[in-house]
Structure formats: C-alpha cells, structure tokens
Ligand binder design. Structure first.
Ligand SMILES: [Zn+2]
Ligand SMILES: [Zn+2]
Length: 328
C-alpha cells in the first residue's frame, strides 16, 4: 500500500510502499477513504511532541471501510464505515481508566503518534476505539469530526454553561465548535490572527456575533474562552476578556510558553485549564450530536501524495476550515 511515512524530527514525509497490515485479535483492517490533517500532525513532524513511534505513518482523523475483522471482533464487519480517532488504545486498569478519565490513561496509545495513522491506504485499529460515522457525511466531510470535532467538543464541555464564548484561533476545531455552540444557544466571539479578515468573515458566516483580532477586546465581557491557536501569549489575553469566575480552556496539545502576567488577571476565581485527548464517551456523544446540529465541515481535499504541501499550508495559516487527504 502507499503511505506517507515520517522518519524523524523536522523531516518531510516520504511516500513509501508498505505491505498491507494484518488485523490481530480485536483489530479491524480498514481501507482509508479520507484522513484530515490536524495541527498535532505538524507538532509531531516539527519535533514539538517528543516521542513519536519511528518510522511513523501520521494521521488521526481517519474515515474508511472495514475490509477484514480480527478474531473476536463482533460489532464491526467487512463493509462497515468507521472513524478512527487520536485515542487508539487504553489499559483499562490504571486509576484514570477506572474513573472515566481514559483520556489521561498512563499507558494510552495514540493514532498517528505512538501507533501508525491514516496517511495511508490501509490501517489496522483496535475495534473498541473505532466509531460508526453518521450516514449524512461523505468520508472527507466526516474526517475532521474525528479530532477537530471531538477535541473541540471536549473543550466546549470544559467551558461549562458559558453563554458568551470566545474562541481564539479560527481553524478546523473552531469552525466546528462554533456551530455546536450556536446550536446550544450560545453567542460566539471569534479571535483570529491580527488582520486575518478572511478568517473573521468565515467566523461570522458560521454565526459568530463578533469577530476580530486576537489582540483586541470583544464588545462584551465573556463567560469563557477556548484557545485553539498554539500561542501561549493568548492565555493572559483571554483571561483579560473573561468575567469573574470565568474559564479559559487551552484546547491544543502543544503551546508556546505562556508569558508571565499579573495575578489580578487570574484573581476572582478565573480558571485556566487544558484539554488532553478524548474519551470514547466524548466520541459517542459528539458523533450522535453532529448530524442534529447539523455540523457542516468546511473542507479542502488533497491527494495523499501532497501531504507535505498541505502541512506547509496549515503551518502558514492558509487552510480555511479543515484540510483532508483523500486516498482515491
Ligand atoms: Zn489506563
Ligand atoms: Zn488532532
């Protein structure tokens, strides 16, 4: 099969022929239809996430069809369409797994980071961590739901019942979260890179009440803010926009250092928290909710072989919505 393989920090992905993997007990073999490109893939390739499996096939927003089931797999059969997210395996035994926090599992394995991912024509995955995809989405439309959607949804839950919600960084996750937030009756205030009027227009087209530069103040005090951009300086900026008792949620896996800031911007019971990974419960909830909103993903599709070019576009902020590799 064709795959894009990553060999080490700060290298381009290399297109390689690999044998089609075989499903072990409990696994399914999936023919990949589409795999979205996530900022986390950039963090892996740029060496900002330090311990990838090498060589590695990146990609963790995968939609495809089961072609073969390993021994003991009963709930998926060949022909079923499945999604494969970032969380690829958990131990089921540690204190986190036993307290409904498998996202924090001590021994978790992650698709496209410590397990081979979906920048490939085939993938094997643990069937317990695969999900049915709503019929109303094509493979490419559904792919961004698997991380941008799931991590975005978990971030939104961390924002609590905030009715005025700020979103910093209006990319793949934000464009999905904004739709869910609007569906829940919240007001969305979108913050983009200074001067990115196209992203601000995009946010408004998805129902944002206001859109502006990340350095500017919103017209109203916010109840919570979610930061998807990997820029640490946004943390004190966002804290300054939320009211007493408000929350700032950091939704990314990596962020540049957070500059020091006066205690007064945190005081009055403001909270800063991060979101790590996802649980299978998040996936089940969000994939059931998405078609009811209905979440519509804005995608740009590219052939698998163009993975390096797509990553460069994402790095430069040149992707509107989500970039998706299709396997043809
Ligand atoms: Zn565990
Ligand atoms: Zn991701």
């Amino acid at each position: 099969m064709n795959a894009m393989v990553f060999l080490g920090a700060r290298q381009r992905l290399r297109q390689t022929k690999l044998p089609v993997p075989q499903p072990a007990a409990g696994q399914v073999l999936v023919k990949v239809g589409a795999c979205a490109v996530c900022r986390t893939d950039l963090h892996v390739v740029d060496g900002e996430l330090s311990s990838p499996k090498l060589p590695l096939v990146p990609g963790h927003e995968i939609v495809g069809r089961v072609t073969e089931s390993g021994e003991g797999v009963t709930h998926f059969k060949p022909g079923d369409r499945v999604g494969i997210p970032w969380l690829g395996w958990t131990c089921g035994e540690c204190s986190f797994c036993r307290s409904q926090r498998e996202n924090l599992c001590d021994r978790a394995k992650f698709t496209g980071y410590t397990l081979d991912g979906g920048y490939a024509e085939y993938i094997v995955a643990d069937a317990r961590f695969c999900f049915r995809i709503p019929d109303s989405y094509s493979d490419a439309e559904a792919a961004p739901l698997l991380c941008a959607g799931l991590i975005g949804y978990r971030s939104l839950k961390k924002a609590g019942d905030a009715s005025r919600l700020g979103i910093y960084g209006f990319g793949a996750a934000a464009h999905i979260v904004a739709q869910v937030a609007r569906h829940q009756g919240r007001q969305v205030f979108a913050f983009t890179r200074p001067g990115d009027s196209a992203a601000q227009q995009f946010a408004k087209s998805l129902g944002a009440a206001w859109a502006g530069d990340s350095t500017s103040s919103p017209p109203e005090t916010l109840d919570a803010a979610i930061i998807f951009a990997p820029a640490g300086e946004l943390v004190p900026q966002a804290l300054r926009t939320v009211r007493k008792g408000g929350t700032v949620v950091c939704g990314g896996i990596h962020m540049s250092d957070i500059p020091s800031f006066p205690y007064s911007v945190l005081w009055e019971e403001r909270t800063v928290c991060s979101v790590a990974n996802l649980t299978r419960k998040d996936a089940e909830e969000f994939l059931a909710l998405a078609p009811h909103v209905p979440v519509r993903t804005s995608i740009e599709t590219f052939p698998l072989a163009e993975a390096n070019e797509v990553m460069a576009r994402l790095r430069n902020g040149k992707v509107r919505g989500a970039a998706v590799l299709t396997m043809g």
